[in-house]
Design a protein around this ligand. Sequence first.
Ligand code: ATR
Length: 281
Amino acid sequence: MNNFCLIGNPVEKSLSPKIHNNSFQYIGIEGTYTTFLVLKEKLKETLDCLKTLEFKGFNVTIPYKEKILEYIDELDESAKLINAVNTVRIVNGKLIGYNTDYLGFKYSLQERKIELSTSKICIIGAGGASKAVAFACASLNPSHITILNRTIEKATNLKNELSKNFNNIEIDVFENDEITDFNEYKLIINTTSVGMEPYINKMPINIKTINSESYFYDIVYKPRKTMLLKYAENKGCNIINGIDMLIYQGLLAEEIWLNQKLPILKIKNYLMRGDIIGNRI
Ligand code: ATR
């Protein structure tokens, strides 16, 4: 039996069980995916249990994507680069850590054929979710990245981590309200929780100038259109929400766990049907 799960806190609203259980059924794999709400002091014990119960792998979510590093036996390149793990494969009792948020975000841009080489990108937020997004953006060879964050120190830390690996990209940091002219950015990504419950009527930035050729990407998927995306769409910009990244990171995790290539686009289209995930967001 192939058993998988999500560990984190909170986990009860996660769409991951829907994604994986339907995907397993679609590809004809006998597997189960469940969620475990894990308290900080029980993290080590939980990992031991998953090994004992012969789980093949699991996902990690808030607030353990970095904390889990101390228990991981081996890190793949993406997890090493970002220093955060969202996917673990268990092989002979060993934990191997990966970061499929990174590749999942890149897939969502590739699907839309968004070319970012020599472009300017603006990333809003400098928390856990922003790291994978920022490294994925940097790997696409942009000329410039602006990081906006409420707490400037965190933006500066992220800038320093990026600069160590990508010294040819100009990176600057500001507090959210310091930039109001977004005209020059080809891609603007919100990685903060502003736009989600309970902040559904808020935007993370103040926009004075906007370019209708730009892409506005919000990694939030519920609501389907945050205030930021509604605003941008109204101005004629291209908009993307977080559902594609979520599904891609999940299906990429399945490829790792099952050690096989999957028809990712086909499964994703199946999952997006109204009766599976489409109507739940
Ligand atoms: P996650 O793992 O989801 O990224 P996180 O690490 O707590 O969670 O980061 C949340 C991000 O949203 C941070 O960039 C945070 O800004 P701070 O670094 O200043 O805390 C941002 N954020 C959360 N609530 C916000 C709010 N009300 N206004 C502006 N930014 C907010």
